[in-house]
Design a protein around this ligand. Structure first.
Ligand code: SF4
Length: 260
């Protein structure tokens, strides 16, 4: 593979010493995925100069509903700093096709982070960490996965497929310069589009009066939405074969260690 999809990964999942307690994580999947992804490791808490080891932080939902991050033992509020480093980092990304996040973290957790009330008592609902909350604001369709589901091979395969689908859409649309290019794309990749439930591209947005840039952005969004939907196992395997051929890499072998 000449070029690889860009995936932001929680730094601690790459085996680097960035956790609050200094624990090193060895994630075999992340190691293996280095062959098909270009990883950008990021740790919001290290970026915020919180050091290793450090006081752990917790997510607190205030009475007015606002979510804040506080040091567990001192109560020091780290919200503003963590949001700033997260935004700075996300704004600095030139391109990104996926996020692989550490579960349960008050910064990186994806829907499974414990939340506390102002008195430090855990409440029943769980939520997203401060960094993860920012991601969706900047990248509404980009695939995101938590390391907690990576032991399930179907979910692992689904994430990799979504990242490659996202990458494919971005690579294809960026080189389109005319309506003819769109028509050519539709013809050449009809078999791929069909697997994402698109029988025919709506040429409603190809009317004479619509500027090409606008038309292209509509097409891009339509495709990104289509590839972000969950697909069934049969089509997933079909698309693995298709994208393996397009990108000249055996994706199934890379993900599962099993040859197609
Ligand atoms: S979960 Fe996120 S904030 Fe915590 S150590 Fe890992 S990368 Fe850093």
């Amino acid at each position: 593979m000449d070029c690889k999809p860009v995936v932001v990964v929680s730094r601690c999942l790459t085996g680097e010493n960035s956790r609050y307690d200094g624990e090193i994580i060895n994630n075999e999947f992340v190691k293996r995925m280095g062959s098909i992804f270009h990883f950008i490791p990021f740790c919001p808490e290290i970026e915020a100069h919180m050091g290793v080891p450090r006081n752990p932080i917790i997510l607190v939902r205030k009475r007015n509903g606002n979510m804040v991050a506080r040091e567990k033992f001192t109560g020091i509020d780290k919200t503003e700093t963590l949001i700033k480093v997260s935004k700075d980092f996300l704004e600095s990304l030139k391109e990104v096709h996926g996020f692989l996040l550490k579960s349960k973290s008050p910064s990186c957790g994806w829907k499974d982070t414990k939340i506390y009330d102002s008195y430090g008592t855990q409440i029943s609902s769980k939520g997203k960490g401060l960094f993860s909350r920012q991601i969706r604001k900047y990248f509404p369709y980009v695939p995101i996965v938590s390391d907690s589901v990576l032991n399930l091979s179907y979910l692992r395969m689904r994430f990799v497929l979504k990242v490659f689908s996202f990458y494919w859409v971005e690579k294809q649309t960026i080189k389109m310069r005319s309506k003819e290019d769109i028509a050519h794309f539709e013809k050449e990749y009809a078999h791929v589009l069909k697997n994402f439930g698109i029988e025919q591209l709506s040429f409603g947005f190809c009317s004479e009066n619509v500027p090409f840039d606008l038309m292209l952005e509509e097409l891009r969004l339509l495709l990104l939405k289509a590839v972000s939907h969950t697909i069934d196992k049969k089509r997933l395997l079909e698309l693995y074969n298709i994208f393996s051929a397009i990108f000249n890499v055996d994706l199934k072998l890379a993900v599962t260690g099993i040859k197609c």
